[in-house]
Design a protein around this ligand. Sequence first.
Ligand code: 5RP
Length: 225
Amino acid sequence: MMSDVDLKKKAVGEKAVEYIQDGMTIGLGSGSTVYWMMKKLGALVSTGLNVRGVPSSLRTEKWAKEFGIPLVYFSEVSRLDVSIDGADEVDRNFNLVKGGGGSLLREKLVNDAADKRIIVVDDSKRVQQLGAFPVPVEVVQFGWENTAKKLVSIGCEPALRFVDGERFVSNNGNYILDCQFSNISDPFTLHEQIKRTLGVVETGLFLNMTETIIVGEEEGMTILK
Ligand code: 5RP
């Protein structure tokens, strides 16, 4: 049986498909909420919907192939009509923390290329202020210990991500440092500070990058625009 959270994820994932029209090129995000969007999209493709997708992770690429969603190389498109992605936290200003699944860099590149960015979340992801979820920061493997020390000096506790007892390596061959800050009052300044740190590739702070958030709730859903 599906949990309440999974039912919410399924509902918003499927809802997001309503924003997709014939002929569109779609940024396919990552994560368990996006899974439901892709499953539904695959069903529509099988009945004749003509779309193509750019996946933001190898896992998403695998799902797209499973569900029969045609793919196109990112390098072959200049703009995407829409992107649909999940998030780990969303605040009331539509700023996000992403990267819980470790795909933040490709997700940011894909979302940035889209004319309309839709985020699908269950209501546990809505927060007053970002930062309870540690900010994932993608760093190059070489010298990551020194990069981590520099991040400590800007006020966080970085933890190298492990999955199944192994150091997690992103689809781009980098490590992820999950950075717990005591308080993120200004995500824009924080993003700039982290980005200026040598060794950092990208942060999981997605700021001013979202037009619509679909939030799954106990009784239905809310669409924030
Ligand atoms: C992966 C992400 C995901 O979108 C985020 O972690 C949300 O995942 P889920 O829908 O499984 O809760 O940013 O890097």
